[in-house]
Design a protein around this ligand. Sequence first.
Ligand code: TRP
Length: 334
Amino acid sequence: MSTQKKIMVSGIQPTNKLTLGNYLGALKNWVKLQTEYECYFFAVDLHAITSRQDPKELAANTYFALATYLAAGIDLNHATIFVQSHVRQHPELAWVLNCFTYMGELSRMTQFKDKSSRAGETIPVGLFTYPTLMASDILLYQADLVPVGADQKQHLELTRDIAIRINNLYGDLFKVPEPFIPNIGARIMDLQSPENKMSKSVSTDMGAVFLSDSAKEIEKKFKRAVTDSGTEISYSQDKPGIKNLIDIQCAISGKKPQEIVASYQGKLYGHLKVDTANCVIGELKPLQEQTQVFLSDKAELQRILSKGAEKAAVKAEATLRKVYDAIGFAPTHS
Ligand code: TRP
């Protein structure tokens, strides 16, 4: 009998382009952890439509995200990768979870509060119920571990609360998942406003490094990165710009911040910027080349994704069926 591996689940939104933050904060960690777990990784296109998407771009971005997973080293022997909308159990379970989640809980989600304060009355209902779809993504696979950025921790806590609530009512239907928030790489900040997370939705083009950027663009973005007053290169909260550059180097090289700082004794901010740019360019080059290789064979990519969706659906259906039975839905077959 094979020993059962724990299950890891995570997703990335295929909106616009993936950033260096997605790569260092999420993908790189998935690759590191994948051999220890049975993994399910997906592009969350159902979540992406909580803001308007160009239909052609959405599909292209979805393929790009998944080709990037493969290029980053996600290994199909350990991981099932797929498109969220290909597995119908995700929105199906999300509906059920909606019926066990409170308006008050969803109203308290900071991501919703931020976005709704900007959009006002015209905020889509989908943004309000975004966390229950995310909970469905996780609970369907009986996930033990969910690697996410620090901004998603609250959604994960809600997922746990919903799972516990339903388990208390109907017996152990769901595994209660643990978040995994990597300390290095989880908070790659915007190059122009280093108080904010580097994010495709908030950043100006100069603030975020996209995985599709050329070496020239990357160099330009780092040269123009906002640094702090003073000249000494040190690692501290009151120098968020410098700290961010050091964090980026750490996430790539695996070195400790102090080692990086020590190597810049007597050097200038400019040195740090150029070196960080080169470090990022070197890291992304093979990733970019490999992504293009996976994108160039669309048929093969689609084959991988449909196999992935098929495999995911088997696991997801087992959970969904258990839930439907427990709730008391009439069975579909004799
Ligand atoms: N909401 C996550 C984010 O914006 C993406 C996501 C959707 C996710 N479903 C998930 C992450 C399930 C982990 C598990 O980063």
